[in-house]
Ligand binder design. Sequence first.
Ligand code: ADP
Length: 268
Amino acid sequence: LTLAVSVAPLDLEPAGGVLIVLHDVTELRRLERMRREFVSNVSHELKTPLTSIQAYAETLLSGGLEDDANNRKFVERIQEQAERLQTLILDLLRLARIESDEVAFEIRAVDVGDIVLDCVRDRQDLATAKGLSLVTKSPDGPIMATAEAEGLSTILSNLVDNAINYTPSGGRVEIEWSQPGEEVVISVTDTGVGIPLEHQPRVFERFYRVDRARSRELGGTGLGLSIVKHLVHAFRGRIELESQQGRGSRFTIWLPAGESETRSLPRS
Ligand code: ADP
């Protein structure tokens, strides 16, 4: 508990007095600390690729490299690090947009199957190249959720990209969706490295990674799951993680169901 104290003299006759007010500022301090940590994390994340870019550029300019092949390699490294910066900035902007109260999502009934299949189509080649099978499972007919199409697409892309990134060759990634009741359930399951129990509650925090070096190597920003969580909550849904180290992970999302256009037409 953190208390702030304000004291004011009171003009009470005949003895006078003081007014003491105690404010509970625990939550305020916690928010301030979180903000400071966030700014320090962002600065660090921006500094790392910038330092590399500077070092590569300096080496090239110093003329120490006569070898064309080597020069090319250095320019490629500069490009990689610039791409890293760009991904990070795009993720930060996305997170800021979702967290801002002013943003209005265009929430309506969206066809989950359409969005999942688009996301899978874009990643099929990558999965095959990595020796993974990327499969979908759903009942016949459309499953409609109440969400924003672009946001749902971001949620799925982040979850499927993680599943592909953290699953070794020979593994399997499955996306399943259905509507058992008033809610739509979508799950992304992989047979990958899994997340140790003690890390599970924290992976949705901004910049939290189980293995920092591995995430960096894979081009991760550490913001993906935080973006996913915020979007799911913006759509009045919830998300859960089940995972076993070395066995795989499953992320499950529940979203309010949406009325399909064809279903809402009056029957003739
Ligand atoms: P990143 O950009 O590092 O992937 P995320 O916010 O998407 O950041 O995920 C946070 C961390 O959670 C990752 O660094 C990784 O350690 C862990 N993680 C996320 N998804 C998976 C998964 N499917 N399998 C194993 N670990 C995962």
